[in-house]
Write a protein that binds this ligand. Structure first.
Ligand code: ASP
Ligand code: MG
Length: 335
C-alpha cells in the first residue's frame, strides 16, 4: 500500500465525460489499497476565460479580486470529481484551499505556499476517504483567497505530496510523459523514461509547458518523486509501482549508472509568452539599473532576460529586458 497524490490537468478535467474517466482512474488506485489525494486543475480554457473577464473589466485589475475570480475554476472541478467518485461508490470529499488550509504569502496572482496543514487531510486519507483538492489556490494571512500563478496546480500537487509524505506524485496530463521537445510541433520528439530534477527545472524554466517550473524546484527541495503520465491512454490507468508507464522525475542519484553517458542535450523548450521592453537613454551610472528593477520586483513582476546595450550617447545606454506578457501593462505603469 502506498500513499499517492494524483494530479489531473485541464484537458483531463474538460467536461463531465472526462471527469468520469478521471474518477475511474482514481478509484482504481484506491481499490488497489492506496491512500489517495487528488489535485485538480480547472477545465481547459476556463482559467483563460476567467482571466479575460478580469482584463475586460479593467486592464489594471486588483490582483486580490482577480484571485477570487480565477480560483473558481478549480472549485468547480473539485466538486464535480467528488460527485463523480461518489457515484462510483467511492468515499470522496473536496478540501478547498482555505479549508485545509494552504497558507501562502500575500502576493496575489503569484503567491508562494508557506505551510500546509495536512493533519485533517492525512486523517481523512488514512480512513479511506479520497481527498480532492482544487489546485492553484491558497489563503493569505489576511484570510483572502490567493492563487499560485498560471500552471500552479502542479505546485499545489507537489506541496500536498510533501505535506502528506506521499510515496509519489503522479501528474496526469495530455501527453504521456516528458519529451525531448514539444511532440505537438516536432513529430520526431522522443519520450524520456527518466529526467533529473535539474534537467526538468531547466526545461520548464525556458518554456516546457509540461510542469510549472516552481513545482519542479519544490519537488527537488522536498525530495518528492514525480511521475508525468497521460490520463488518455489505457496503459496509464492500470499499472504497478514496478512498472510505471510515464516519465519519472528523479534525483541524480536515482539516475541509473548506464544513463550516466546519456546525451549532453536532454531536450529543447520554447516560450512565446514573453514581452520585451527597451528603455532608451538610461543614465550609465551606478544605481540607475536598480531604479528600474527594484520597483518591478516590488510589484512582483518577474524579469527574465536582461541586456544592457552599447550606449548611444556618452553617459547614456539602452536597457532591454523581458517580462511575462501578462505583466506588460503593469510593468509599463510601474516604469
Ligand atoms: N487553472 C490554472 C491555470 O490554468 C492552474 C493550473 O491549471 O495549473 O493556470
Ligand atoms: Mg499545467
Amino acid at each position: 500500500m502506498a500513499r499517492i497524490v494524483m494530479k489531473f490537468g485541464g484537458t483531463s478535467m474538460a467536461g463531465i465525460e472526462r471527469i468520469r474517466r478521471v474518477a475511474q482512474i482514481v478509484k482504481q488506485q484506491a481499490d488497489a489499497g492506496h491512500e489517495v489525494a487528488v489535485v485538480v486543475s480547472a477545465m481547459a480554457g476556463d482559467t483563460d476565460r476567467l482571466v479575460n473577464f478580469c482584463r475586460e473589466a479593467s486592464s489594471l485589475y486588483d490582483p486580490a479580486e482577480y484571485d477570487v475570480v480565477v480560483s473558481s475554476g478549480e472549485q468547480v472541478t473539485s466538486g464535480l470529481l467528488a460527485i463523480a467518485l461518489q457515484s462510483l461508490g467511492a468515499k470522496a470529499r473536496s478540501w478547498l484551499g482555505w479549508q485545509m488550509p494552504v497558507r501562502t504569502i500575500e502576493a496575489h496572482s503569484k503567491a508562494r505556499i508557506q505551510t500546509i496543514d495536512a493533519e485533517k487531510l492525512s486523517a481523512s486519507m488514512a480512513s479511506g476517504e479520497i481527498a480532492i483538492i482544487p489546485g492553484f489556490q491558497g489563503i493569505s494571512d489576511e484570510g483572502r483567497i490567493t492563487t499560485l500563478g498560471r500552471g500552479g496546480s502542479d505546485t499545489s500537487a507537489v506541496a500536498i505530496a510533501a505535506a502528506v509524505k506521499a510515496d509519489r506524485c503522479d501528474i496526469y496530463t495530455d501527453v504521456d510523459g516528458v519529451y525531448t521537445t514539444d511532440p505537438r510541433i516536432v513529430t520526431r520528439a522522443r519520450k524520456l523514461k527518466k529526467v533529473t530534477f535539474e534537467e526538468m527545472l531547466e526545461l520548464a524554466s525556458v518554456g516546457a509547458k509540461v510542469l510549472q517550473t516552481r513545482s519542479v524546484g519544490l519537488a527537488m527541495k522536498e525530495g518528492v518523486r514525480i511521475q508525468v503520465l497521460s490520463s488518455f491512454t489505457d496503459e496509464s490507468t492500470n499499472f504497478t509501482a514496478d512498472d510505471l508507464p510515464g516519465t519519472m522525475i528523479v534525483s541524480e542519484d536515482e539516475m541509473e549508472i548506464e544513463d550516466m553517458e546519456r546525451k549532453l542535450i536532454t531536450g529543447i523548450a520554447h516560450d512565446k509568452n514573453e514581452a520585451k521592453i527597451t528603455l532608451t537613454r538610461v543614465p550609465d551610472k551606478p544605481g540607475a539599473v536598480a531604479d528600474i528593477f527594484e520597483p518591478l520586483a516590488e510589484a512582483a513582476i518577474n524579469v527574465d532576460m536582461i541586456i544592457q546595450n552599447v550606449g548611444r550617447e556618452k553617459g547614456e545606454t539602452d536597457v532591454t529586458f523581458t517580462v511575462p506578457s501578462v505583466d506588460l501593462d503593469r510593468a509599463m505603469q510601474v516604469l
